[in-house]
Design a protein around this ligand. Structure first.
Ligand SMILES: [Zn+2]
Length: 132
């Protein structure tokens, strides 16, 4: 059984989220599901990176055609449904400082990378689905 992790963010990511949401657009921290917390970082799951999905609009009923969309279950702030993704940025995990235990080497956080997220989903099993 995997547990769902909602990572906490470094200061630069918090700032980016504040600026984005101040314009009335949604932003989400990518939740992560994995089964090997003890082998990795309890915040990021061992990848050294936490991800923020910056969205243009949502929720909508179906995945946006021709655009990247992400599903969100909903919380007190944002409703359940699909969201149109503007971009997904990685940030250095504040817990492990971006240094996965299994390599001991700093990982440069990638910017604007839906493909990387998809690859990561295969590795760790992300809660959200991503579509093109
Ligand atoms: Zn970490």
């Amino acid at each position: 059984m995997g547990s769902i992790i909602s990572p906490y963010l470094p200061k630069d990511a918090e700032r980016a989220v504040r600026e984005w949401t101040a314009g009335g657009k949604p932003a989400f921290v990518k939740a992560m599901e994995h089964s090997f917390t003890e082998a990795g970082c309890p915040n990021c799951g061992g990848g050294g990176i936490v991800y923020v999905v910056f969205c243009d609009k949502g929720p909508i009923l179906s995945p946006p055609a021709g655009k990247v969309g992400t599903w969100f279950d909903g919380d007190g702030r944002y409703g359940r449904g699909w969201y149109v993704v503007s971009r997904t940025d990685g940030y250095t995990c504040p817990e492990c400082k971006g240094i996965p235990r299994h390599t001991g080497r700093y990982v440069l956080p990638p910017k604007d990378v839906p493909e990387s997220i998809t690859q990561l989903a295969k590795l760790f099993g992300k809660k959200e689905q991503l579509r093109r």
